[in-house]
Design a protein around this ligand. Structure first.
Ligand code: PMP
Length: 378
């Protein structure tokens, strides 16, 4: 605490990202990065952009990468908003669509936003930042999102599909009735598709970056639904900080209003060049996504054989536990063996660790560490 902090800063409880070790000695399975490199075309485009033109501000409207995204996803450029990572897009979306006055409500008290009790731990942080009241909705016994629980009077809803850190996905058609329910009250539904490309069989053939359960094809019929995407996971570009939202033009305009009240240029010239180039290489990502899915499907049963419980994942990570051990113990045991994983010992996820899917060679090392750890616990 500092006397220089105002009351807003004093009450913040900031998000803590996974460790980024500087010495690179670890097998890094803690922040859901993609283990495969980005395609050479992206790196080349960024190199080209890193020249004399850096003297100039970037295009504030991100027109070129928006055109590239629109073409790839089959939407109009006016239905695309780009930000500095999807974290920023989400922060803007919370500011634009939730809290006081959501859905045109004139009530003094803002209706509460709904999101799962176990989900991306940045959501409550954004809610606190923007003074948005919220209610967390418990996942069902088997850790799935029960859509009916969100069909209630509220200030809107947000969740990832697949959910994080559980990795469990819903089908697109299970989510659509909620979009309709929330739409009848003019509330916004945000579906965070950060891990969408790893659901089902992976990216749809011919469409490259679109996951099988993506809601992007339905945004035309659901003007209150915003889908949020990132190039950090499936496109191997976590270091570029590039995320985007797809939704109807009025939602996109709301996001632009927040951005332009904050920073007109959050997406720099290098990122804009990288995003445009990334959209040209959809086939490459479909290939890496399928490799990640194949590794996940190989590793999960072997972990179960080794005595771990592993939730059925549709993402590029697996949520595991070893009965008798806390998450902190698992974290420490893997770390001792040179492997970084993530854990949150709280509530119903006490005892779980989240393990990102690495290369096959990395996962073989992870599996041998897991077998040792399980053996030591017997
Ligand atoms: N949504 C979810 C569910 C995530 O797990 C993450 C990654 N931490 C993000 C959004 C943000 O990703 P980025 O800012 O790298 O685009």
């Amino acid at each position: 605490m500092s006397v220089y902090w105002n009351s807003r800063v004093r009450k913040l409880d900031p998000y803590i990202p996974g460790e980024q070790p500087r010495d690179r000695k670890f097998i890094k399975l803690n922040t859901n990065e993609n283990p495969y490199p980005p395609p050479p075309g992206v790196v080349e485009a960024i190199r080209k952009a890193a020249g004399e033109a850096l003297r100039l501000y970037p295009d504030p409207s991100c027109l070129e990468p928006r055109l590239a995204i629109a073409e790839r996803y089959g939407v109009r450029p006016g239905q695309v908003f780009i930000g500095n990572g999807s974290d920023e897009v989400l922060a803007f979306a919370f500011a634009a669509f939730f809290g006081k006055g959501a859905g045109g409500s004139m009530d003094k008290a803002a209706p509460p936003l709904l999101f799962p009790d176990i989900t991306y731990s940045f959501y409550p942080v954004y809610a606190a930042l923007w003074d948005i009241p919220f209610i967390t909705v418990p996942l069902s016994e088997n850790f799935t999102i029960s859509i009916n629980d969100y069909c209630t009077n509220s200030g809107g809803a947000v969740f990832p599909n697949p959910n994080a850190p559980t990795g469990i996905a819903l089908k697109a058609e299970e989510i659509l009735p909620l979009a309709e329910y929330q739409g009848r009250n003019n509330r916004v539904l945000i579906v965070d598709e950060a891990y969408g490309a790893f659901a089902g069989t992976g990216p749809l053939p011919g469409e490259g970056l679109l996951g099988a359960e993506s809601l992007v094809p339905y945004i035309g019929g659901h003007p209150n639904m915003l889908t949020v995407h990132t190039l950090s996971k499936m496109a191997s570009l976590a270091g570029l900080r590039a995320g985007f939202a797809i939704g109807n033009e009025a939602l996109i305009e709301g996001l632009c209003r927040v951005r332009d009240s904050f920073n007109s240029y959050p997406v720099d010239r290098l990122a804009q060049a990288g995003i445009s180039a990334a959209m040209a290489d959809a086939g490459y990502y479909a290939g890496t996504a399928r490799k990640v899915i194949a590794t996940r499907e190989r590793v999960a049963p072997l972990l179960r054989e080794a005595g771990f419980e592993a939730l059925p994942s549709a993402a590029n990570f697996i949520f595991i536990r070893r009965p008798g051990k806390t998450g902190a113990e698992l974290f420490a045991a893997f770390r001792e063996r040179g492997i970084l994983v993530r854990q949150w010992d709280r509530g119903r996820i006490t005892g779980f660790a989240r393990v990102s899917i690495g290369t096959d060679a990395e996962m073989d090392e992870f599996l041998s560490a897991a077998r040792q750890i399980a053996g030591a616990g017997k």
